[in-house]
Design a protein around this ligand. Structure first.
Ligand SMILES: [Zn+2]
Length: 242
C-alpha cells in the first residue's frame, strides 16, 4: 500500500532516503517516519514465520539473559501484574508472559511467529499463547488489565491495525506499556539513513513521544508516564481513559 499522507496526523509527507531497497518518508507536521510502500501482509508474515531470530520449539536464543532482563523489567510493573489479566503482544518465546504469570498474573501472549509460539507453548504451558493476526485475536473479544508490547510497533506496516487491537483489548483504566525506538532522540544522526534502527523490512515505522501520544490519544488513551532512557528508545505507559 502506498501512503500519500501521514498515517498519524494526515499531514503532508516528504521523501527522506532509501535503505535496503525501501523508500522512507517523514511527516512534515508530526515527524512520523515510515516505509512506503509498505511490504504486503504476506511478505511480512513470511518474514516472521520462518526462522526469524533462530527460535525453535526446544530452543530460544539468549534464553538466560532474556529471563533475567524480563524479571528486572517486570519489577517496574508489579502493581499491574499481581492478580491481573495481562497480555504481551509480540511475545516471542513467551519469556515475559511466563515472568508475569510467576508474579501472579493470568498471563497471555500473542505473536505471529510460529516457531516462537511453539517454543512458548512447549516451555510455558501455564500461560495462554495465540499465534494469529491482530484481526483474528480481536475476534476473541478478550479484555486485559495490562497490555505489554515492546520491540513490536516498529515492525508493523502502519499503526492502525495495532491500535484497533489495543483499544478492543482494553477496558477503562487498562494500562498499556509500550517500548519502541525514539526517532527524536539526540543520538539519532541527522542523516537518518545512518541510524542502525532504520533497517527495513525488519523495521517499517518510527515514532517520537509526541506523535505516539497523539496516536494513542486518538484511540482514547492518556500518557501516564514516560520512562527516561539513555538509548534512543521510547518507554511509555498509557491508560485507557474512558
Ligand atoms: Zn504526521
Amino acid at each position: 500500500m502506498i501512503e500519500n499522507i501521514c498515517q498519524v496526523c494526515a499531514g503532508q509527507i516528504t521523501f527522506k532516503c532509501n535503505k535496503n531497497g525501501y523508500s522512507i518518508f517523514r511527516c512534515n507536521d508530526c515527524a512520523f517516519l515510515f516505509v512506503s510502500p509498505y511490504p504486503t501482509d504476506d511478505e511480512i508474515t513470511n518474514f516472521y514465520s520462518s526462522s526469524y531470530r533462530g527460535a525453535k520449539k526446544d530452543f530460544y536464543p539468549k534464553l538466560n539473559s532474556r529471563r533475567r532482563r524480563a524479571f528486572l523489567k517486570a519489577l517496574k510493573f508489579t502493581r499491574f501484574i499481581y492478580g491481573k489479566k495481562t497480555i504481551d503482544i509480540g511475545c516471542g518465546g513467551g519469556i515475559m508472559a511466563e515472568t508475569f504469570r510467576r508474579m501472579g498474573a493470568d498471563s497471555s501472549g500473542l505473536d505471529i511467529s510460529k516457531n516462537s509460539i511453539n517454543f512458548a507453548k512447549t516451555n510455558y504451558p501455564k500461560c495462554k499463547f495465540y499465534c494469529e493476526t491482530f484481526e483474528e485475536n480481536m475476534k476473541r473479544d478478550l479484555r486485559f488489565d495490562f497490555i505489554f508490547t515492546t520491540e513490536l510497533m516498529e515492525h508493523l506496516a502502519g499503526p492502525h491495525n495495532f491500535m484497533r487491537l489495543i483499544k478492543a483489548s482494553s477496558k477503562p483504566k487498562t494500562h498499556v506499556y509500550i517500548a519502541t525506538p525514539d526517532s527524536s532522540h539526540n543520538v539519532v544522526p541527522s542523516d537518518i539513513s545512518l541510524w542502525s534502527d532504520i533497517c527495513p523490512p525488519e523495521h517499517l515505522q518510527w515514532f517520537n513521544e509526541s506523535n505516539l501520544k497523539k496516536l494513542f490519544s486518538d484511540y482514547g488513551f492518556v500518557l501516564v508516564k514516560s520512562y527516561k532512557k539513555t538509548s534512543p528508545a521510547l518507554s511509555l505507559l498509557f491508560m485507557k481513559s474512558e
